[in-house]
Each structure stands twice: as structure tokens, then as C-alpha cells.
Design a binder for this molecule. Structure first.
Ligand code: NDP
Length: 253
């Protein structure tokens, strides 16, 4: 995917909270890439409990290896965002894990993308990308809403991409991916409008060196993820319904 980010100074994630506070995070797509890095960085703080979802926990070796040093603060659950039954099951399992604390931060991160164009895209690929990048997050937010609304932070984060911005001109490439991220951004807007008691954000993590971003991406995954966590943990209710990047700047819709 093309580079969309300028140079960025690494920010250390320092959550602004008292030592007695602990917040719960639920993240999809944690087997590798951004989801795995989010889980790693969050567990470095004693203030976090992470429920990490992935479609195949038995094969998520890098994720499983984090349990050793997590001090009982990492729970791994199965969730395929294209399979509503696994989303329902994961919500029930998570409810038992977090109890009355609920989920402070729901992070819809799992996603896929291919480099196609509007008139050549394979319609099955478009359907699969939409199912993963839009329908999955929409249903996950519905299934987890009762856990989010009982938490202190009540925050939903949809991991989007600047490639889905009409206000930025990236030309004809990555058409199906861009269409799904633009749709995800509208989902963010509608979720925020319907529920002013929640904080809902679309955020672009930057062009990062993951399987999706490629090895020539602009930034190491650790940098973009540190930025995302800084932005997300600094959100206020007035930010709800907006589209930001990992530097905390507004991205045009
Ligand atoms: P990767 O391809 O490195 O990782 C994708 C993750 O999503 C994997 O854990 C994968 O699991 C999971 N996933 C894919 N499909 C499903 C599914 N059906 N159910 C559950 N999990 C699934 O991508 P990134 O980490 O780079 O991307 C993460 C998010 O960030 C995506 O939403 C992407 O669009 C967004 N993003 C990434 C950018 C980048 O430069 N990397 C830039 C802008 C946005 P499995 O291992 O099972 O396949």
C-alpha cells in the first residue's frame, strides 16, 4: 500500500491514570500486525486487562507467548469477524471474564485489503472485504455494546485508513479496500450520533510495516501503535464521531 504518513517522533505510551485504576480492552485481529502490537504495548502497563481476539488461538504463537509475562491480565478468545456465531460466543465469554467492569475500549482492528481498481475488482473479493472490514465491526459493536456501556470509558475505536478518505486523493488503486474503510467511517459517524453517551472514533494507524502494510511501509508497527494508544487514551467525548490519524490530527472524510 502507498506511503501516507510523514516522519513521526516516537511517543512513549503513558496513560494518564492513577495506579489503582485498571481498564479493560477488547481487540480483534490480534494474531499478528497491529492487533498483536496493541496487545504487547498495552500489557506493558499494569493498568490494563486485554481480551485479545483472533480467529485461530491455537495457531497464534506470538500472541500466546505474551501470556507468560502478562501476569494474568491477558485473555485470548476466538473470534472470526465474518462469523456472527463466533462474535456472539466471544461476547458471552468476555462478559464472564470482565464481569461488572465491562469493556472500556473496544478496538475493531481485524481487516483485509487488496490492491484492485473499481472496474476490475472481483466482486467476491469486494464482498469478502466488506464483510471483514465493515459488517464484522458493525456486528461486533452490536454484540459488545452491553459490555461497553457498563464500563467507565465507553469507547469504541474503528481502525480505519486514510485510503478511505475522499478528501485525500489516492487515485484509483485499492478500490475495494478504500470503499470498505469509507463505509466504516460512516459507521463510526452513525454510532456516535446514535449514542452520545459513548466515544466512537475512526483512526488511521499510519502506513505500518505489517503483512498488510508491507516491509517498505513508512513506519515500524511499534510507532503507529504507540501513536494510536496515545490518541485513544486521550480522547474526550467531543472527539466522538471523528476521523483522526495516529498523530491525533483530523483526517478529512
Ligand atoms: P495484517 O494483515 O498484518 O493483520 C491482519 C489481522 O487481522 C490478522 O491478525 C488477521 O488474522 C486478522 N483478520 C483478518 N481477517 C479476519 C477475520 N475474518 N476475523 C478475525 N481476524 C481477522 O494487517 P494490519 O495489522 O496491518 O492491519 C490491521 C488493521 O489496520 C486493518 O483494519 C487495516 O485495514 C488497518 N490499517 C493498516 C495499515 C497498515 O499500513 N498496516 C494502514 C491503515 C490501516 P489471521 O492471522 O487469522 O489472518
Amino acid at each position: 500500500m502507498p506511503s501516507i504518513c510523514n516522519a513521526f517522533t516516537v511517543q512513549v505510551y503513558t496513560p494518564n491514570m492513577s495506579p489503582s485504576e485498571q481498564y479493560t480492552w477488547f481487540i480483534t485481529g490480534t494474531s499478528r500486525g497491529i492487533g498483536l502490537e496493541l496487545t504487547k504495548q498495552l500489557l506493558q502497563s499494569p493498568h490494563t486487562v486485554v481480551v485479545a481476539a483472533c480467529r485461530n488461538p491455537g495457531k497464534a504463537d506470538s500472541l500466546q507467548s505474551l501470556t507468560t509475562s502478562a501476569g494474568g491480565r491477558l485473555y485470548i478468545v476466538r473470534l472470526d469477524v465474518t462469523d456472527t456465531q463466533t462474535i456472539k460466543d466471544a461476547a458471552q465469554e468476555t462478559a464472564k471474564i470482565v464481569g461488572e467492569k465491562g469493556i472500556d475500549y473496544l478496538i475493531n482492528n481485524a481487516g483485509i485489503g487488496i490492491g484492485d481498481t473499481a472496474f476490475t475488482m472481483d466482486i467476491d473479493d469486494l464482498t469478502k472485504t466488506l464483510q471483514t472490514n465493515l459488517v464484522g465491526p458493525a456486528y461486533t459493536s452490536q454484540a459488545f455494546i452491553s459490555l461497553v456501556e457498563k464500563s467507565k470509558k465507553k469507547t469504541i475505536v474503528n481502525i480505519s485508513s486514510t485510503l478511505g478518505s475522499i478528501g485525500r486523493d489516492f487515485g484509483p488503486q485499492y478500490a475495494s479496500y478504500a470503499v470498505t474503510k469509507a463505509s466504516l467511517n460512516m459507521l463510526t459517524y452513525k454510532q456516535a450520533k446514535e449514542r452520545p453517551d459513548l466515544t466512537v472514533l475512526s483512526i488511521c494507524p499510519g502506513h505500518l510495516q505489517t503483512d498488510m502494510g508491507g516491509e517498505n511501509a513508512a513506519l515500524p508497527v511499534s510507532v503507529g501503535v504507540a501513536g494510536v494508544l496515545k490518541v485513544v487514551t486521550s480522547l474526550t467525548p467531543k472527539d466522538s464521531g471523528s476521523f483522526m490519524n495516529f498523530r491525533g490530527e483530523r483526517v478529512p472524510w
